[in-house]
Design a protein around this ligand. Structure first.
Ligand SMILES: C[S@@+](CC[C@H](N)C(=O)[O-])C[C@H]1O[C@@H](n2cnc3c(N)ncnc32)[C@H](O)[C@@H]1O
Length: 353
């Protein structure tokens, strides 16, 4: 009995060490992304040694090979890279895995690297040190740490604005493929579509490419719209969704409502309702639907995102289906259906009657 207890306690201890150092997994991987190690391995076409990685790193001085070896050893151990250990005791080789392939940049639409850099930016990470203070006093950790939520910080810090917008656009890219495949008939009958808080317009531009009969409008704050590229079939409009939203047959809200409190979401939804036809209009919300006690592939990420929203926004959160139902009803959308796609987010199609 005692040895079973002892074994369980030892496992418990190991578990705590693992959590103590969990940030190292994120930040070591962030370092690998910044050094473009997934790209270097990819362009080599197969597994390579740390010395070969070092020789391809863009640096004015020669990179510290011993540092790269140790970073790769950890990331190999975590199966982010596939480590091969030659039987002659030579340098280990590192190849891509199904995980690190998501971090290769380029024309491939499967890219998570830019999102990773947003979520691990000092603004997003350092604010966590204020969380216990927030539990006691309320408020938002990022405001206590940096004097504003991420949107304020992006509007003042051009470098972060660029990192943030690129992260959102790349997430839109691979999610778009799933949205287009999983919501095939949702766009057919639309003549016009506004992507509300659409960032630099990545999603709407892809939708319009597949449905050229749709007049696309990308709507966001002025500091975002000024950095948006020109896309065929898309008009960029700057404004404030709390004030007014451009009219269209339907409105998209992707990764928007989770940034806001219930009260703010109801205001946005009421403005959405004013912008669409009374009977035939709809909103297409693309956001996480939290599964209570869910054990699915993305459930861990969903719960983590919920805390990201708690720390880095003023009142934002991820929501369960019940919470969405209540919110949509209050915002003027009493009927809805959830369409699951193979992604962290789901599609919630909601109607004014
Ligand atoms: C998490 S990002 C999502 C961007 C985009 N929908 C996507 O999924 O890639 C939230 C967006 O909301 C925009 N936003 C914030 N407040 C806004 C407002 N009052 N009116 C319009 N857009 C706003 C931000 O500028 C940002 O682009």
């Amino acid at each position: 009995m005692e040895s079973v207890e002892g074994e369980a306690s030892l496992r418990g201890q190991a578990e705590i060490w693992k959590h103590m150092f969990a940030f190292i997994d994120s930040l070591a991987l962030k370092c690998a992304i910044e050094l473009r190690i997934p790209d270097i391995i990819h362009s080599h076409g197969g597994p390579i040694t740390s010395s070969q990685i070092a020789s391809s790193i863009d640096s004015p001085s020669s990179p510290e090979i011993s540092y790269i070896e140790r970073i790769m050893r950890l990331l190999g151990h975590k199966n982010i890279f596939a480590a091969q250990h030659p039987s002659d005791g030579g340098e280990p080789l590192y190849g891509l895995t199904h995980s690190s392939r998501w971090l290769v940049t380029g024309s491939d639409s499967n890219q998570l690297g830019p999102v990773f850099l947003v979520e691990n930016h000092p603004y997003m990470v350092n604010s966590w040190h204020f969380l216990s203070q927030c539990v006691k006093e309320g408020g938002s950790a990022i405001e206590k740490a940096f004097g504003g939520v991420y949107i304020d910080l992006a509007s003042k810090d051009q470098q972060f604005n660029k990192i943030f917008n690129e992260g959102m656009a790349c997430n839109a890219k691979f999610l778009t493929r799933e949205i287009l495949a999983g919501y095939k008939h949702g766009f057919d009958s639309l003549k016009s579509l506004v992507d509300v808080a659409g960032g630099i317009g990545g999603l709407i531009s892809e939708i319009v490419k597949s449905y050229p009969h749709i007049k696309g409008i990308n709507f966001d704050l002025p500091h975002v719209i000024t950095t948006a590229p020109v896309y065929d079939g898309v008009t960029h409009v700057s404004g404030d969704m709390f004030h007014t939203i451009p009219n269209a047959d339907a409105l998209l809200l992707k990764w928007v409502l989770h940034n806001w409190s219930d009260e703010a979401c109801v205001k946005i939804l009421k403005n959405c309702r004013k912008a669409i036809p009374e009977k035939t209009g709809k909103v297409i919300v693309i956001d996480v639907v939290l599964q209570p006690d869910g054990q699915g592939l993305f459930d861990d990420a969903g719960y983590a995102c919920d805390l990201v929203m708690m720390v880095n926004t003023a009142g934002g959160k991820e929501r369960t289906e019940l919470e969405w139902k209540k919110l949509l009803e209050e915002g003027g959308f009493p009927r809805y259906q959830i369409i699951k796609i193979p992604a962290l987010q789901s599609i919630i199609e909601a109607y004014p009657e």
